[in-house]
Write a protein that binds this ligand. Structure first.
Ligand code: GDP
Ligand code: MG
Length: 308
């Protein structure tokens, strides 16, 4: 009833729509989603391909509901997991009313990549596209104007917005720019909703983020996390048991570490963030299991939720 009342009181020209954030790996898409929401929803690491699934985050403003879709970075896939990730990114673009194409101000190759991608793939979608130049905290100001000019001259972007997602610089302005390009429509989600994915998805993501941060080489890419048990216990901490899956025994040994110390550290850091995310205490149990070549195995990928 309360919700209905609120909706009846909405501004007459209320805007609502889906906005996909796309770009190469590591440009800062997930950092931007979190900045837009002012909440850490999507996992972030200094390594590329941290995000594997579409992550949906809802921003409510007096005149608009903006539904953001964070996506895996665009790459040429080399194995089945990456192909599934690219399908996920493509589906997010197809669902979008507006595309945010993100460039990294510190990456000299981004311009050519974006020009080619936009002219070859995106232009035909007929969606309004905004170009966001991220990480402006890392480049001298005089370099920024020619960069913006280069993108504007392509004549395909409605606007070019320079930001620093990490320092939250110009992110508020980006929000108001985006709202203008959304269709006039009623809110799609209740006004107090932040996402549509379940808590257990984000718990798994937080554990995966810690593996991305604490381990190198192939380990983060060979790791998947499954939540085996998630019990809310009245009056006591939640009980969560998660399985960390890797591809080889040698990776399992590294993840566990001497006397289990490496795994303990992952568990400790993950638990702190999970508690922040859930807003309540948890008891986290981690187990490590080997599943050979899961990244190339269609049925494992289906089990882990990487398919239609
Ligand atoms: P994604 O792969 O595009 O989702 O990129 P992430 O959001 O995971 O960020 C990749 C890396 O870039 C992380 O180490 C971030 O902290 C960093 N990063 C993101 N935005 C900025 C920014 O505005 N400035 C700087 N200096 N670093 C950033
Ligand atoms: Mg990401």
């Amino acid at each position: 009833m309360k919700e209905e009342l609120k909706i009846q009181n909405l501004a007459e020209n209320f805007h609502c729509g889906f906005v996909a954030i796309i770009g190469q790996p590591n440009v800062g898409k997930s950092t931007l989603l979190n900045g837009l929401l002012d909440f850490k929803l999507s996992i972030v690491s200094p390594k590329p391909q941290t995000t594997r699934q579409r992550v949906l985050g809802i921003v409510n403003q007096p005149n608009a509901q903006i539904i953001f879709l964070d996506t895996p970075g665009l790459i040429i896939p080399k194995y089945e997991l990456q192909s599934a990730m690219m399908k996920i990114a493509n589906r997010a673009m197809e669902a979008a009313d507006v595309l945010i194409v993100m460039a990294d101000a510190t990456s000299p190759t981004d311009f050519d990549f974006i020009r080619d991608m936009v002219t070859q793939r995106l232009a035909s979608m007929g969606l309004p596209m905004l170009l966001v130049i991220n990480k402006i905290d890392k480049v001298p100001k005089p370099e920024l104007l020619p960069m913006m000019d280069g993108y504007l001259k392509l004549d395909i972007f409605k606007e070019v917005v320079p930001i620093s997602a990490k320092k939250n610089d110009n992110v508020e302005r980006l929000k108001s720019v985006i709202a203008q390009y959304l269709p006039v429509a009623k809110p799609f989600y209740p006004l107090d909703q932040l996402t549509e994915q379940p808590e257990r998805f984000f718990v798994g993501e937080i554990i995966r983020e810690k593996v991305f941060i604490h381990f190198d080489k192939e380990i983060p890419y060979s790791t998947e996390v499954q939540i085996e048990e998630f019990k809310e216990r009245g009056g006591s901490k939640d009980f969560i048991r998660a399985l960390i899956i890797v591809e080889r025994d040698s990776q399992k040994a590294i993840l566990i570490g001497k006397k289990g110390e490496a795994l303990k550290r992952v568990g400790q850091h993950a638990r702190e963030d999970i508690e922040k995310f859930l807003g309540r205490g948890v008891f986290l149990e981690l187990l490590v299991k080997v599943k050979e070549e899961w990244r190339k195995d269609e049925s494992s990928l289906r089990n882990f939720g990487y398919s239609d």
